[in-house]
Design a protein around this ligand. Sequence first.
Ligand SMILES: Cc1cc2nc3c(=O)[nH]c(=O)nc-3n(C[C@H](O)[C@H](O)[C@H](O)COP(=O)(O)OP(=O)(O)OC[C@H]3O[C@@H](n4cnc5c(N)ncnc54)[C@H](O)[C@@H]3O)c2cc1C
Length: 461
Amino acid sequence: MPETDLDAFFETLKSNTKGSVLCGQSVREIHGRDESPYQPCLPDAVFIPESAEDAAIAVSLCAKAGVPVIPFGVGSGQEGGVIATRGGLSIDTSGLNSILEVNVEDMECLVEAGVTRLQLEAELRATGLFFPVDPGADASLGGMVATGASGTTAPLYGSMRENVMGLEVVLANGTTIVTGSRAPKSSSGYNLTQLFVASEGTLGLATKIRLKLHPQPESRIALKASFSDVRDAVGVVSTMRASGLPVARAELMNATLMRGIALLHKESMLDKHLLCLEFHADEAGVKSLVDQAQDIFNDYGGEEIETVTRADDLSKIWKIRHSVAEAEKCLRPGASVIVTDVCVPVSRLSDIIDQAEMKLADTSLLAPLSGHVADGNFHYALLVNVDDPAEMARARDFKDWLAEAALRMGGTISGEHGIGLGKRHLMRDEHGAALEAMRAIKSALDPENIFNPGKVLPCES
Ligand SMILES: Cc1cc2nc3c(=O)[nH]c(=O)nc-3n(C[C@H](O)[C@H](O)[C@H](O)COP(=O)(O)OP(=O)(O)OC[C@H]3O[C@@H](n4cnc5c(N)ncnc54)[C@H](O)[C@@H]3O)c2cc1C
């Protein structure tokens, strides 16, 4: 759009809404990037709505003027989802930060999209309930819906897919729809709620979210052990799943990552892979689960097996797990990080990691591994020098190779981070003809392609 048209557009936006329209360079820079290594692109302006109504008016005006809309949560995404590749208006949901309802009896709540997961956690603490999805960053719930986020407790409680009951969404034509209900189940029509989960802001702007809550567990115990072979750590979790032992968390950190963790926390080095499990139940139940898990640890040659029961020690373990992004950077200070995110059937997890380790040895890339083992989802953090084209090419090749390997094993190119900019070229390989069904949905809901253009779906050409 010519600049004069944009100036007039921003004036109209200001006079029709109560929110803030910000055009300064620094605020646009903050909104033109996320935690991915992709080249930032600035939006023409940032709009911070004061209310869902404000957001709906802004979307309507954008639709009329043909201005792209890029929804923005806190910008912690790993796939370039908020990068404004075609300029436009970044709609920052931080002003939509109210927790509107907490219905304790029905174990659900209604929040505005800009509420962050730690804000919700603090609000729920006294209710005896909690919301389980805990990505490493303090992400917005709107962003978590849009990326189909997941966290360490997905084996027991599920990811965003299983924990969103309904949404309020502003569509490209400016209408606001409400999907889902407060009922625990429904057979009423198409499941529009799920359509928006992992749609990465390409189908609409979520303004309100109804979330399932869970009772805080009466008792929690963690069990950790080190392993010389990743296969044994994965074997523990596969055997537990096959025996029906409900594990709440199962996180693997490989020996390379443990080196980074030792550097970050100034602790002694452990040249082994670490597996941390957590069980949730009543006191007797949790003890029985841990006893059974301990036997399985022994069967697979787990060393330094340790049971952790004190609340302080438990939170220390998960704080360390949530600090892996910083730990990775300690292994190569100044490097940029390209994070992989494939997910495979758990029975193929050892195979793909074995093959990937061989491939990494060939490419000389430094790549610590963290894994949500019980979900078959794992991340290599490729530590790269973005100014070295040869190294960047090796990293990109590895990322693509890993995605194709996951597909060959019946998996997916993204377990929880989404597609964003960098994986679109793999969408055809994963979805085949179903990609056309996705395109049909996109053009039905957003015929002018104003919502986050250039993301998720590969270019027509
Ligand atoms: C240290 C670290 C650890 C992480 N760990 C995890 C992890 O364990 N699991 C995991 O799943 N992810 C993880 N992530 C990735 C990231 O936190 C998630 O993808 C998160 O869901 C993004 O939320 P956000 O608010 O930052 O969204 P943003 O980055 O702001 O946006 C992400 C995408 O969602 C869209 N969007 C945002 N808000 C809305 C809305 N209201 N309506 C429609 N679309 C919207 C954006 O347009 C964009 O496409 C991690 C990131 C970091 C930096």
